[in-house]
Design a binder for this molecule. Sequence first.
Ligand code: BMA
Length: 363
Amino acid sequence: MKRSLYILVVCCLAACSGGKKPMETPRDQLVHRLFSYAEKGQIAYGHQDDLSYGHNWVVTDWENDPLERSDVKGATGKYPAIVGFDLGGIELGSEQNLDRVPFGLMRKAALKHIERGGMVTFSWHPRNPLTGGDAWDISSKEVVKSILPGGEKNAEFMLWLKRAADFLESLGKDTPLIFRPWHENLGSWFWWGKDLCSNTEYQELFRMTWLYFTKERGLTNILWCYSPNGNAGPEAYMSRYPGDEFVDILGIDTYGNIRGGDVEASRAYFRGEITQQLTYLTALSTGHHKLMCLSETGQEGLGDPEWWTATLEPAIRDYSICYVLTWRNAHDQPGHFFAAWEGFEHAADMKAFSELDNIVFLD
Ligand code: BMA
């Protein structure tokens, strides 16, 4: 479904909720901000870990660092509208996450970005609670079952949820944020993935997480994003959907790496994939009255010189996604980056993207 119909539905929903105007919470403000992008045909741009490190730098003395550095700012002159962070490691009470970002820095960077007028989103790659391995340890199909109520690891896992909730709560209960747990659930590379637990077990895990954060901890400032890998199609997408009560944003993760060294063919392939996936996501988000986003994307290494303006933007411009987030620029893996930086040979293309009327950066 194209933008005009989507907007009509969203406006009707807004009108129907008329009558007495309740006080707008910071969470409501974030919802309205995201919906207003859809209304205006705009898409907010986000980058994972943007303020904590970049392609060849890392914040070390975070307590004193002004957190002004950003690869995206270096390339475009502007900060991204959204910054993504990952909680992986918080469950063990670690000082830093799986990518060695101190949680103190994460908290400071998230609050700083919000103070600048930006938005924040959190993903989570927790360790495997049954085997002790990492999020990618798929050696057992019993993991989700073991952490659900009645399972041998339930009590321990509730402590993991507590630690994650403690961290998010430390940002302030009035701080609106997006939380995107249990992502890419239709592939089988995480312990909560497709072949690793049943649909029902997955749904119970998502709901249990939501219930703990929302009802037990009162973290009603959170917008919940459900973000499967998008290539599995609409039936699969909904087969693990936890339910409308537990989700605010429908997301998909889809990457566009260069295939077989052929830039043109890769562009066509990515555009085809995005068209197919955002078409069904539009229908679902309209039907379920949800926001939608491209929760993770990017081309590792940006070998397509015009990835931003000739590949990404043409692929997404006709869809009312409220944001698109590209993945991280690792400081310790030279080829693992998804945004330009100052001095990168194709940086001008990302700058041109940042100047488009329909793409929102932080001014
Ligand atoms: C993956 C890679 C890993 C990283 C993980 C969590 O996609 O970037 O290097 O540890 O995300 O951020």
